[in-house]
Design a binder for this molecule. Structure first.
Ligand code: ZN
Length: 273
């Protein structure tokens, strides 16, 4: 298969209508080289066998999505989140995924700084379990429009601050262009991740104009206003050699034929990423 696909990874959530087995077969046939597995795709399955299936198709397992959601006003819910993150680490280990991506969470019932301190504390509590399984954890900052209830970590600077404060080689950041493209400090903060060797993942899609849904209207690369090639060049300048992970949540694309959508992804990846 052509070399231009050698860094292409697709998230299972991108082709949500396909069950895991179909996604694996179709991705491999199309020349995709990596897969990031969402936990919902593993429901009802033997996770170890799912990992074997993916590897036998020739796909590299890039990460497991997702852990996180640490903050809560309720101590019971904070503990439940820690337990769930330990399970996510177990699932990553069984699957053979080296990385768990963290959507950190926020609770609208408390200030953002309290949520951020609970995120840090949550990561520190699950870190020994990650170390025991040799699983890396990536803090993924989310766009500020999600600060109310999905993530109190909204800029790459905040994610870098937290990763540096925790100070473990297993804790780094995930850069998702959808969440971070607008940030005037993005280039320098990407450079900072590189210096700390904690740039663990790079997610791509595009920002539609107008955006019609805050969650499920992500664009295909090249459809929107994100300077993808520029951001990719900043990421690669740090020495990052990982995958470009296509992560598109889109009710529009999910309603279409997924084979045709996968071909559009490959075309867009080649021309616009
Ligand atoms: Zn992402």
């Amino acid at each position: 298969m052509e070399d231009f696909l050698s860094k292409l990874c697709v998230h299972t959530f991108t082709t949500k209508p396909w069950p895991l087995e179909t996604a694996v077969e179709k991705f491999a046939a199309a020349g995709v080289k990596g897969i990031t597995v969402w936990r919902n795709a593993l429901e009802g399955r033997d996770i170890f066998a799912s990992g074997e299936l993916i590897r036998s198709a020739g796909l590299q397992i890039v990460s497991l999505c997702r852990g996180g959601f640490f903050p809560s006003v309720s101590p019971q819910k904070r503990q439940a989140a820690i337990d769930d993150n330990r399970r996510a680490i177990d699932e990553a280990a069984a699957l053979g995924a080296p990385l768990v991506v963290l959507v950190c969470g926020a609770d609208p019932g408390q200030p953002l700084e309290v949520s951020r301190s609970q995120i840090r504390s949550g990561i520190e509590k699950v870190l020994p379990h990650a170390e025991a399984n040799n699983i890396r954890l990536a803090i993924e900052p989310l766009h500020p429009m999600y600060a109310g209830d999905r993530s109190a970590v909204n800029t790459l600077a905040q994610a870098n601050n937290m990763a540096e404060a925790i100070g473990s080689p297993l804790v780094g950041v995930a850069v998702d262009v959808y969440h971070l493209w607008w940030d005037p400090a993005l280039e320098s903060e990407i450079e900072r991740c590189g210096k700390n060797n904690h740039l663990f993942a790079f997610h791509v899609c595009d920002w539609n104009i107008p955006t019609t849904d805050l969650l499920l209207d992500r664009g295909l690369m090249g459809e929107g206003c994100i300077p993808l090639k520029k951001i990719r060049s900043w990421v690669e300048k740090t020495g990052f050699t990982g995958f470009n992970e296509v992560e598109i949540f889109s009710t529009k694309f999910w309603a279409q034929d997924q084979d045709a959508f996968l071909q559009k992804i490959i075309h867009a990846y080649k021309n616009f990423t």
